[in-house]
Write a protein that binds this ligand. Structure first.
Ligand SMILES: Cc1ncc(C[n+]2csc(CCOP(=O)(O)OP(=O)(O)O)c2C)c(N)n1
Length: 622
C-alpha cells in the first residue's frame, strides 16, 4: 500500500507534524500505517505486548513533552493496549493511538472500538473517507496536543486501502479549529499545525488579584506543583521568592524544585515527616496545576484546618474537583504565577496593614509543628521587603526581594538536614538472606549516577524508590500511576530511556509487576538499552498480603513460591545480580564502572515482615 492510500496518508501526515518516534505491535491492520511512518523517517519501536507499547508511548510523551504515537492491530491489539491507554488518558498525556478497525459486527475482530475509547476517557475519532484522511489525522494530532488528550484514531481496514489523490502529508497542514471529538472533547481549543502551540490561557484578572491578595497576607505559604506545573519552575520560584513560600510537588512532578533550599519534595503519602509537618502548618496552600487529590493531601490531613486553599488550573473543571478550595483560578500555571508576581511586585495587590496578622514575615517557629526552629534564630519578625535577607547564601534566585513568609535561615538548615527520607533515622531490618528495602534503596541512590530517570511500578515496594532515590529534576521521575495498575513500570522505563538517552533509566518493580510486564525485557535487550531494572522481590503481592494479612484472611492467593528472576533476566540477555545483603551490591558498582554491555537487573530479596508505612495510608483510599 503506497503513500497514495489512506494508510500512507495518515503516516505521512503524522511524520510531517513532527512525530519522530512511534511504538506498537504490528499486525495486518496497522502494518501499512506503521510502515508509512517508518518510510517518512519515524523511528518505530516494536514492543512485545501492546500494553507495554502503550506505556512506552505514554512515558516517551511525558519525558519529551511531545505528542506520543502508538500503533496497534484491530480488536485484541487495542484491548491489549487498553490499560496503558487508560493510564495515558487519566494522566492527560497527549497521545495518538492508531488502530486498525473492522466495522462488520460479525467479524471475530469486532469490538466497538469507539466505545472502548470513550469508556477509558480517550477521545474516539475515525478516518472514514479518503478525502478527509489528511485533515482528520491532523485534527487528531491537534486534539491530543492542544487538549492534552489521548486520542484513538480508528482506521477501518476498507478505508485504509482507498486511494488518495494529491499530496499526502507533505509540508504544513492547515485546518480549522479542533472539533469536539467525543467524550469531553476539546471544543474551543484553536488548532494550529506543527509544533506551534496556541497561547496558553491567562488568568482572569480578578482571580489573579484575589490570589495576590491572599499571598500578600500569607505567613506560611506552601506551593504544591503538579503535572500542570512541570514547565513552570522559574515562574513559581520567582513568585515563591516574593511571597516566602515553601515548595512541594505532587508525585508526578517530583524533582521540579530540586536544588532550591525551600524544596520539600513530594507532598502526600511520600512526604517525609518534616515535609508533612511544614505543609500541615501552612496557612495558605496553593495547588498549581495540581489536582490536590487524596494522594497529594494524604486524604486531606496535610491541609491544616484553618489553611486557605487555592487551586490554579488550566481546566476550570479541575478546580475544587477533589476537595473544596477557597479560591479557584482558571489559567495556565506559568502565566498565572507571572501575573500574580507582577501584581505583588508593583504593589497592586492589597497588602495587610502593618501590625495586622500576616503583615510581617513571622516564620514557622510561631506555630506548633516547627518548634524545632530555635527562637530568634532568624525567625524574628522580618519587615516586608526584607525577606530575602533571611535566606542563606546561594539560596536566592535573583528575584526581586520579597517577604520572608515561611522562610528563615533556621528553617533552610532544617530542610537541608531533615527533609530527605534517607536522612530520617531507621532501624535496619536486613537479615536471614533478605535486605531491608530502605537500605537497598539508599545504597542504590549512592551508587547510581545522579543523571537518572526513576520509573517505579505499583505495589507495596513503590514508596522505596519514590522516597529514597533522589532525582535531578522533574525529568528524572516518570510516574505512570494515575490508574494504579501494576505491571507498567518496565515499559515506563523503556519509554523514558528512549526519551532521555542522556540519563540512566531505572525501573523499580515488585516481583508481581516485573513478571506481569516481563515480555518487555526482550525489548530492552533488543533495543540495546543500558538500563537498570531493580526488582524488590518479596515472593508475593505484598500490597495485598499487608492489606489483608492483619485481619487473618487466608493469603494463599497472593503468595508465590520463589522465582529465579535473575535467571529469567539472564535468559533474556540481561546481566543480573541477586542481592540479599548490602555487600552483594558490589556487583552493581562493577557494572556501573564497566562497559555496560548489557542491561542490568538487580534481583533484590527484600524483607517482608511488615508493609510499608505509607501503604496503610493508601489503603484508606480503597
Ligand atoms: C493490573 C493490576 N492488577 C492487580 C492490581 C492489584 N494490586 C495492587 S498492588 C498488587 C501487588 C503487587 O505485587 P508486587 O509487584 O510484587 O509488589 P509488592 O506489593 O509485593 O511490593 C496487586 C496485585 C493492580 N493494582 N493492578
Amino acid at each position: 500500500m503506497s503513500a497514495g492510500t489512506v494508510a500512507g496518508t495518515v503516516g505521512a501526515v503524522l511524520a510531517s507534524l513532527g512525530v519522530d518516534t512511534a511504538f506498537g505491535v504490528v499486525g495486518s491492520g496497522n502494518f501499512h500505517v506503521t510502515n508509512a511512518l517508518v518510510a517518512r523517517g519515524v523511528r518505530f519501536v516494536a514492543a512485545r505486548h501492546e500494553g507495554g507499547a502503550a506505556t512506552m508511548a505514554d512515558a516517551h510523551a511525558r519525558m519529551t513533552g511531545r505528542v506520543g504515537v502508538l500503533s496497534v492491530h484491530q480488536g485484541p491489539g487495542l484491548t491489549n493496549a487498553l490499560t496503558g491507554v487508560t493510564e495515558a488518558a487519566k494522566s492527560r498525556t497527549p497521545l495518538v493511538v492508531l488502530a486498525g478497525e473492522v466495522t462488520a459486527p460479525r467479524s471475530n475482530f469486532f469490538v466497538d472500538q469507539a466505545a472502548l475509547a470513550a469508556a477509558v476517557g480517550a477521545v474516539p475519532m475515525r478516518v472514514d473517507s479518503a478525502p478527509d484522511a489528511a485533515a482528520l489525522t491532523a485534527e487528531a494530532f491537534r486534539v491530543a496536543r492542544d487538549g492534552r488528550r489521548t486520542v484513538l484514531l480508528n482506521l477501518p481496514l476498507e478505508v485504509q486501502a482507498l486511494p488518495v489523490s494529491g499530496p499526502s502529508g507533505d509540508g504544513d497542514r492547515e485546518a480549522g479549529p479542533v472539533r469536539a471529538a467525543g467524550a469531553g472533547g476539546s471544543a474551543g481549543l484553536a488548532g494550529r499545525t506543527g509544533e506551534a502551540r496556541p497561547l496558553p490561557a491567562g488568568p482572569d484578572r480578578e482571580e489573579a488579584a484575589r490570589l495576590a491578595e491572599i499571598l500578600a497576607g500569607a505567613r506560611r505559604p506552601v506551593f504544591v506543583a503538579g503535572r500542570g506545573a512541570r514547565t513552570a519552575r522559574r515562574e513559581l520560584e520567582d513568585l515563591a521568592d516574593l511571597t516566602g513560600a515553601l515548595l512541594a510537588t505532587s508525585a508526578v512532578a517530583k524533582g521540579l524544585f530540586r536544588g532550591s533550599p525551600w524544596d520539600l519534595d513530594v507532598s502526600g503519602g511520600f512526604a517525609s515527616p518534616l515535609a508533612a509537618e511544614l505543609i500541615r502548618d501552612a496557612d495558605v496552600v496553593v495547588g498549581w496545576g495540581c489536582a490536590l487529590n487524596m494522594w497529594t493531601t494524604r486524604h486531606g490531613t496535610l491541609v491544616g484546618p484553618d489553611a486557605v486553599v487555592v487551586q490554579v488550573d488550566l481546566d476550570p473543571e479541575a478546580l475544587g474537583a477533589h476537595r473544596p478550595v477557597h479560591l479557584g483560578v482558571t489559567g495556565d500555571v506559568a502565566r498565572t504565577a507571572r501575573a500574580v508576581a507582577d501584581l505583588l511586585g508593583d504593589g497592586t495587590a492589597a497588602r495587610p496593614a502593618p501590625g495586622a496578622p500576616g503583615a510581617t514575615g513571622a516564620t514557622g517557629g510561631e506555630r506548633g509543628g516547627t518548634g524545632a526552629v530555635p527562637d530568634g534564630a532568624g525567625t524574628g519578625v522580618v519587615p516586608d521587603g526584607a525577606g530575602t535577607g533571611a535566606v542563606p547564601d546561594g539560596a536566592g534566585t535573583g528575584a526581586a526581594p520579597g517577604r520572608a513568609g515561611y522562610r528563615s535561615e533556621a528553617l533552610a538548615l532544617r530542610i537541608a538536614r531533615e527533609v530527605r527520607w534517607r536522612d530520617v533515622p531507621y532501624a535496619d531490618e536486613s537479615g536471614d538472606g533478605r535486605i531491608d528495602p530502605r537500605t537497598l534503596t539508599i545504597a542504590l541512590d549512592d551508587l547510581l549516577p545522579a543523571e537518572r530517570v526513576v520509573c517505579p511500578d505499583s505495589g507495596n515496594f513503590m514508596g522505596y524508590p519514590a522516597m529514597f532515590m533522589d532525582v535531578p529534576d522533574e525529568g528524572g521521575f516518570c510516574f505512570t500511576q494515575a490508574f494504579q495498575s501494576i505491571g507498567l513500570g518496565l515499559a515506563t522505563a523503556i519509554g523514558a530511556a528512549l526519551a532521555r538517552p542522556d540519563r540512566l533509566a531505572v525501573a523499580a518493580l515488585g516481583d508481581g509487576g516485573a513478571l506481569m510486564g516481563v515480555s518487555e525485557l526482550e525489548t530492552v535487550v533488543r533495543l540495546g538499552l543500558r538500563m537498570v531494572v531493580v526488582v524488590y522481590d518479596d515472593e508475593a503481592y505484598g500490597a495485598e498480603v499487608h492489606h489483608f494479612g492483619p485481619d487473618g484472611h487466608p493469603l494463599d492467593t497472593v503468595v508465590f513460591p520463589p522465582a529465579d528472576i535473575a535467571g529469567i533476566a539472564r535468559g533474556f540477555g540481561f546481566e543480573a545480580v541477586t542481592v540479599r545483603a548490602p555487600g552483594d551490591l558490589a556487583a552493581v558498582a562493577r557494572w556501573l564502572d564497566g562497559p555496560r554491555e548489557r542491561p542490568l537487573l538487580v534481583h533484590a530479596m527484600v524483607t517482608r515482615a511488615r508493609g510499608a508505612w505509607w501503604l496503610e495510608e493508601a489503603f484508606r483510599g480503597h
